[in-house]
Design a protein around this ligand. Sequence first.
Ligand SMILES: Nc1ncnc2c1ncn2[C@@H]1O[C@H](COP(=O)(O)OP(=O)(O)OP(=O)(O)O)[C@@H](O)[C@H]1O
Length: 250
Amino acid sequence: MLAVNDLQKSYRVGKTSFPVLKGVSLTVDTGEFVAVMGPSGSGKTTLLNCISCYLPADGGSILLDGRDLAGLREEELAAVRNRQLGFVFQDFLLLDGLTVMENILLPAIIGGAMSQTVQARAEQLCQVFGIGAIQNKYPAEISGGEKQRTAVARALINHPLLILADEPTGNLDSRSSRAVIRSFEQAKQMLGATIFMVTHDSFAASFCDRVILLRDGVVWRTLEKGGMDRSAFQDQLLEAIGEMSREEEP
Ligand SMILES: Nc1ncnc2c1ncn2[C@@H]1O[C@H](COP(=O)(O)OP(=O)(O)OP(=O)(O)O)[C@@H](O)[C@H]1O
């Protein structure tokens, strides 16, 4: 589904170039729920922005469903963003003047794809995520967890190949975080969604099939959940993160 090979990205500040991604390689299979964790500054957001087609990479490749994103023109990238990727951001980014239902439909409206089938899909997503009763409310009238579940439903409206989530639980209390992660699990189990999430939250990451630890612009280690229960996987994650930060100390 997603194959990132030897991805490189530097930022230029004045005359100096600062390498941030120094050869990142990873894959995400169809139907997988994968998290990326790592210390602040390790390059997680940069990686997500490259995969999102917002930032051109300097080297390496990003293949989405076998298609290399590097060679695409701006209109083609915009089409990939609108039709093949779904986005969930930390700050929800719901439009205040639109209802929950209108927010969910927005990517289909923008893509010129509105139809009765899309309307039916939006109703189904509201059912799956338990937001049917609030579909005519405005963002100011709903809770943080409900906003985030609306954002997950919106990300799924165009049947994307891949959902990209940037710190989706970052602004939520633990109960709302659990509800959001539950909505990702439902998206995966009931709708076959593939999810790639950047997070600092080991609790959220412990629900994933796999967690990729990024350090200083390279993949340091990948942890598989396998048959482990959630809390044992979280313990293993915390241990690996501790080991990674101890290695970083001078
Ligand atoms: N536009 C930019 N110009 C120059 N340097 C940048 C730019 N964006 C990010 N950086 C630098 O690149 C490095 C990686 O940043 P990035 O945001 O990808 O890290 P991160 O792992 O997501 O961090 P955090 O967990 O704090 O969000 C940091 O040192 C950051 O200061």
